[in-house]
Write a protein that binds this ligand. Structure first.
Ligand code: FES
Length: 412
């Protein structure tokens, strides 16, 4: 297991040089969908291999029946948590479809700031250009495919470290080195390939699907009717961003999400100290919306509350408790491994209280460590021939909802 503390806006990209951007990237509005780019890539497996792999994955999807009510339903089979074909289908149908949380606005607060990331095999860079406009691109050089940006930082352009092709923060190729004599080459056609990017509250979202539509209601698309409920219950921009922590866990990404969607079932066993000191635990209940489930106190939607635990399908957890908020972004690294990115936010009046901050972060990390241990134990059990599938306790309705949404996406 590896753990690192970091502030995502502290890293500086060393190879940036100042180049004035002279023209916009004309390809922005004509980008092909990521799926079509992948399919047209001749290095991808042949069409028939892909079909066989997808058929095999779909046969695993069908082993779960979303029509059976939770009281009688079996949980998904263990193959959902171990099969590489199944994970491929998840990337295609779940992660590369619709809006996905990738970071927070603090990371690109200033003009010329950027951060990079990876989801499956997609490398991306999110940046704020010199005019303050938020942009996102596939982080792949159009010459011979090197990544052009690394980590996070500030700079007025991205210079590819391999042969020096240079891109503006609007994606345009502004310098291609030693191309004299090259024929049928138009620099306007070789900008970074754009991705759809949006902001909701303090979060940055990417959509890997296709070209933008001007009238998108991102909140409704991402959160459905829970959008208003979250923003009126303290999941908003009023908090100060504190720091980030990342951790790799030896379990399928869904195991971590399921730990959050069991309605607090595990808390008295895994988090004994928390359960003993938190007298509201028994009064929390789960409400399920279109793509969001929320664990919270009774009538929070009417009365408002600063204690809410939403899970945003497919892989984004928000914990909002008193002056704190932390988010857990769960990124699959393989069928049996995931990385979780934790971002911490705090009421602005408390952010300079070093002792309070240190204690809060330490307490939170102890809780997370307890969860890592059970998640890895679950994965080991899922690998055992003794286990096929399990049952739901009625309190686990958010988990059942999560599995039904997955089924729906994977069978499309
Ligand atoms: S791979 Fe980027 S300049 Fe050659």
């Amino acid at each position: 297991m590896t753990t690192t503390w970091m502030n995502p806006i502290d890293h500086q990209f060393p190879n940036l040089t100042k180049i004035r951007i002279t023209y916009p990237n004309s390809r922005v509005k004509h980008a092909r969908s990521l799926k079509s780019l992948l399919i047209s890539n001749s290095h991808e497996p042949s069409h028939s291999l892909l079909q066989t792999s997808q058929q095999s994955a779909r046969s695993l999807v069908q082993k779960f029946n979303p029509k059976i009510p939770i009281e009688e339903a079996l949980t998904p089979p263990s193959s959902w948590y171990t099969s590489p074909d199944f994970l491929s289908l998840e990337f295609d149908q779940v992660f590369f479809t619709g809006w996905q949380a990738v970071g927070c606005t603090e990371q690109v607060q200033e003009a010329n700031s950027f951060f990079t990331g990876r989801l499956g095999n997609v490398e991306y860079v999110v940046c704020r250009d010199e005019n303050g406009e938020l942009r996102a691109f596939n982080n792949v050089c159009r010459h011979h495919a090197s990544l052009v940006a690394f980590g996070s930082g500030k700079g007025s352009c991205f210079t590819c470290p391999y042969h020096g092709w240079t891109y503006g923060l609007n994606g345009a190729l502004v310098k291609a080195t030693r191309i004299t004599g090259m024929k049928n080459f138009d620099v306007k056609e070789f900008g970074l390939i754009p991705l759809r990017v949006a902001v909701w509250g303090p979060f940055i979202l990417l959509n890997f699907e296709r070209e933008a539509f001007d009238d998108d209601d991102v909140g409704m698309e991402w959160l459905g009717s829970a959008s208003k409920i979250l923003s009126t219950n303290g999941v908003d921009t009023s908090l100060s961003y504190l720091c980030r922590r990342e951790h790799t866990i030896e379990c399928n990404w869904k195991v971590f999400c399921e730990n959050h969607t069991d309605g607090g079932y595990h808390a008295p066993f895994v988090h004994k100290d928390l359960a003993a000191s938190f007298d509201q635990l028994d009064s929390l209940s789960t409400t399920v919306y279109e793509k969001v489930s929320i664990l919270g106190p009774e009538n929070y939607d009417i009365l408002g509350s600063k204690f809410l635990y939403p899970f945003i399908y497919p892989n984004f957890v928000v914990n909002r408790y008193g002056p704190w908020m932390d988010t857990n972004l769960v990124l699959p690294l393989g069928p049996r491994r995931c990385k979780v990115v934790f971002d911490y936010f705090l009421d602005t009046s408390l952010k300079d209280d070093e002792a309070f901050v240190a204690k809060g972060l330490e307490d939170n990390w102890k809780l997370q460590m307890d969860d890592f241990v059970v998640c890895e134990a679950v994965q080991r059990g899922l690998e055992s021939p003794a286990y096929g599938s399990g049952r739901y306790a009625p309190i686990e309705k958010a988990m059942h909802h999560f599995h039904c949404l997955l089924y729906q996406n994977l069978m499309k």
